[in-house]
Design a binder for this molecule. Structure first.
Ligand SMILES: [Zn+2]
Length: 434
């Protein structure tokens, strides 16, 4: 004899699968519907044969799609003498006094109002499945096509150029200034930052609920560029705001091993002379006497020599250790998911998958692809070994401008620690980012 049964309805498009919904209840059987209400029909049929005492649900609206449906099913169940309890609403059929009936009327009213937002949510969820762009204006660089964003030939090059500037110099404000100077396009740095992180320019769509679907339209920046942007942004956020766009390549990287303070760059111009001298000084040094200032150029040359010696070794070690395997695994997983995604269209053409199944599967794959791509952005560059052989030549570094050098330093170095050997002798310890 069944005493207590439960019913759960979920819409696979907008609800997450419920778990432990009815803790504390001793439930003999749970009926669960996904998207349709076949189990509810079964439940009602079973109840006519073998009537339980209680039916536990979360919300009354799970009983139907319209107010009429909900009321009818509720009446039908209560007529059998079953007490219906909605755990997440103030509803119990046993308390069938005036107050509760009023309460029911009010609940039904609420359900009516919720229905509209649920319909909207379902509409958006269907758009997601079909990878349709979210409602509203297309982001700068795109326009709205029939079923996807299309690259806007007049504005997309501006966005592309903005990204390239940022990639070259690693400075958000610099790239913003460049845009105004070159194109007369004025944007706030906060807008520029949004561009740099907006999934839309990477060919992905982010929906209001935070879900990102990959490859929904043509990208303006490729995956490697996107990963590099993420690394630069992460590194910049670790640096003090002012040093992030300072023109000197060592700015913000150097730390003194003796007083453990960051070293800042100061400029000294000798009277009546054009030549300027750059020094590194321990910022607010507490030592007595203070740590001695060091010639900037000397440390720069020492850094270049060190990086040429140590980077190839560090990269080699890295490739022998696990991180590279993880890296390869992530890339392999990404390629596999993409291959499966390509097969789905074919399976659909062959009639093996129906439209709905194909849409749902593609949707899930694209979610997984987006997650893998986000993971890749956290890893060191894929072609690290190739890059390492180039950047191990001192000439490569000496040929660069300070801005370019700065950019490359930040690709590899987290910190440069200055070790004072004697008054005029120093050694360096490079801390690589990987
Ligand atoms: Zn010091």
């Amino acid at each position: 004899m069944m005493k207590t049964i439960a019913y759960i309805y979920t819409d696979p498009l907008i609800d997450t699968a419920p778990e432990d919904e009815f803790v504390g209840w001793e439930i003999d059987r749970t009926y669960h519907d996904l998207g349709q209400r076949q189990q509810l029909q079964q439940l009602i049929a079973d109840c006519q044969q073998n009537t339980p005492e209680y039916l536990i649900i979360r919300h009354l609206q799970e009983l139907g799609d319209t107010i009429t449906e909900i009321s009818d099913r509720l009446n039908q169940l209560e007529a059998l003498g079953i007490e219906v309890i909605a755990t997440q609403q103030n509803y119990k059929s046993s308390q069938s006094n005036i107050n509760i009936k009023n309460n029911l009327a009010q609940l039904l009213q609420e359900i009516q109002t919720n229905k509209y937002s649920r319909l909207l949510q379902q509409g958006h969820a269907r758009n997601r499945l079909k990878n349709l762009p979210p409602p509203g204006k297309a982001p700068y660089g795109y326009r709205r096509g029939k079923d996807r964003y299309i690259i806007d030939k007049s504005t997309a090059p501006v966005v592309k150029d903005f990204f390239e500037q940022f990639l070259l110099f690693g400075s958000l404000r610099g790239a913003v200034r460049y845009l105004e100077k070159r194109y007369g396009k004025k944007i706030a740095p906060s807008t520029g930052h949004k561009w740099l992180t907006n999934p839309v320019y990477r060919g992905n769509t982010k929906y209001k609920n935070g879900i990102i679907i990959s490859n929904t339209h043509a990208a303006i920046i490729n995956q490697e560029e996107a990963a590099q942007i993420d690394r630069l942004l992460r590194r910049n956020s670790l640096l003090a705001p002012r040093t992030a766009s300072a023109p000197r390549s060592l700015a913000g990287l150097v730390i003194c091993d003796y007083c453990h303070l960051p070293m800042t760059i100061s400029r000294v111009t000798k009277r009546n002379k054009k030549q300027e001298y750059l020094y590194l000084r321990c910022h607010c040094c507490p030592k007595v006497p203070k740590c001695k200032a060091i010639n900037y150029q000397q440390i720069l040359e020492l850094t270049i020599n060190k990086i040429c010696q140590e980077l190839p070794i560090a990269v080699k070690e890295l490739s022998q250790n696990k991180p590279n395997n993880i890296q390869n695994n992530v890339w392999t997983a990404l390629e596999e998911k993409k291959a499966i995604l390509n097969q789905i269209k074919e399976l659909q053409n062959q009639g093996i998958l129906d439209q709905e199944t194909a849409d749902l599967r593609s949707y899930k794959l694209q979610l997984e692809i987006a997650q893998l791509q986000a993971k890749i952005a956290q890893l060191p560059p894929k072609d690290l070994q190739a890059i390492a052989s180039t950047v191990s030549l001192p000439q490569f570094w000496f040929d660069l401008s300070e801005a370019e050098r700065r950019f490359y330093f930040r690709e590899f170095i987290k910190q440069i620690v200055i070790i004072r050997l004697s008054a005029n002798q120093w050694d360096l310890k490079l801390v690589f980012i990987f």
